[in-house]
Design a binder for this molecule. Structure first.
Ligand code: GSH
Length: 363
């Protein structure tokens, strides 16, 4: 039997999420760099898409999408589940995974590509990943080329120059909120990481900690977040526990409020636009981008593209919430996060499902 393989890159946001999970769960794996050759010969033929990371199991199944990979592994490696067994904690964990995965890409991409020091570093890293055998000069040229679509993606996410002061203000405020939390708790919900921790570590490691300018910023503003990043990337495997009695620390409520204020409106627009798309199109396979959404960040109005995938992530929170027969404790917890319950009650009309690593709309 061969070992599991994680194919990804040190510089990649979602690879960091999965690597931290595998290390915490003590799942043996070998990491393979997603070079151009590996993309051509393995990633694309095995998954039909060109995302990283992918995970090839010891039984030679190729899986794509960190959430699906983790879910598949959780059914096999049952010790120390990363999904809390209690309702409030599991909901908060799912919400913060969705926030980290799908929203904190905004500050991650802003700082990586708009700060010259980070940009230069990232281009070198892209080159090193794409062509590990090439000379340094060749790597820089290849890196500049492969980085183009990533750097060019900023406006798609809402990272435009008018929004930059607000993006930075919001990120620094988030760091302050998380710093207060991690001063009191090693992880989001106790002494072990949950899905929410893995969602947050994606952007908060590869881009916002490891990129040099961002790393210094985090050290200056949020030493307790830095300490959490270090615990996440170098965990004591299978250790710790979630807080007793389904307790969710109050220090996480400002983070949920921030998520709601910024991402909440985009989630609603995504749900509406997916439903409209389903009415107007016969095909079930939905594109990666379907329209435009608007949001407000620190009083600045911004537009971005609409990604149906965000609804797929949201459905996990939505489904879990609606599956609870007794919502009293959740409602009590969310009562101080103005409007969150309203978001959770916003009906998902046409569900998104993932089929062979592509998204389909259900009718
Ligand atoms: N939701 C996916 C996202 C994967 C993803 O977007 N990975 C980035 C690299 S960190 C990528 O491959 N991007 C290529 C692209 O956007 O075309 C996951 O969790 O695995």
């Amino acid at each position: 039997m061969t070992k599991h393989q994680l194919i990804g890159a040190e510089v990649s946001l979602y690879t960091g999420k999965l690597r931290c999970y595998l290390q915490y769960k003590n799942i043996p794996f070998e990491e393979i760099v997603a070079s151009q050759d590996v993309f051509k010969n393995v990633i694309l033929p095995r998954t039909g898409v060109s995302y990283i990371p992918i995970f090839i199991t010891d039984e030679d199944n190729a899986l794509q999408d960190t959430t699906e990979i983790i879910d598949a592994l959780e059914t096999r490696y049952k010790e120390q589940p990363v999904y809390p067994a209690t309702p409030k904690q599991n909901l908060v964990s799912l919400l913060l995974e969705t926030y980290g995965d799908e929203w904190l890409v905004i500050p991650a991409m802003h700082y990586r590509w708009n700060k010259p020091e980070n940009r230069e570093f990232a281009i070198g890293e892209f080159g090193r990943t794409s062509a590990p055998q090439a000379s340094q000069d060749e790597q820089l040229a290849i890196g500049a080329e492969t980085a183009k679509p990533f750097a060019g993606a900023l406006p798609r996410l809402g990272v435009i120059s008018e929004a930059v002061p607000a993006i930075e203000e919001s990120y620094l405020a988030l760091l302050a909120e998380l710093d207060t939390h991690f001063a009191q708790h090693p992880f989001l919900l106790g002494t072990k990481p949950c899905m929410g921790d893995f969602g947050l570590i994606g952007p908060l490691y590869a881009h916002l900690y490891r990129d040099p300018y961002s790393g210094r910023l985090m050290e200056q503003h949020a030493p307790n977040v830095v300490a959490w990043v270090k615990r996440m990337i170098d965990p004591t495997p299978l250790s710790g526990e979630f807080l007793a009695n389904d307790d969710v620390p109050d220090t996480l409520l400002p983070v949920l409020q921030r998520m709601l204020n910024e991402q909440g409106t985009v989630l609603k627009q995504t749900i509406d636009q997916v439903a409209n798309w389903a009415k107007e199109n016969d095909s079930n396979t939905i594109e990666r981008v379907i329209g435009k959404s608007f949001f407000t960040i620190e009083d600045t109005n911004v537009s971005r593209l609409t990604f149906p995938y965000m609804q797929w992530m949201w459905q996990r929170c939505y489904d879990f919430y609606h599956a609870q027969s007794d919502k009293a404790d959740i409602k009590k917890m969310l009562s101080s996060v103005n409007g969150f319950e309203d978001l959770l009650n916003y009906p998902v009309q046409n569900r998104i499902k993932r089929v062979n690593n592509k998204m389909e709309v259900e009718r």
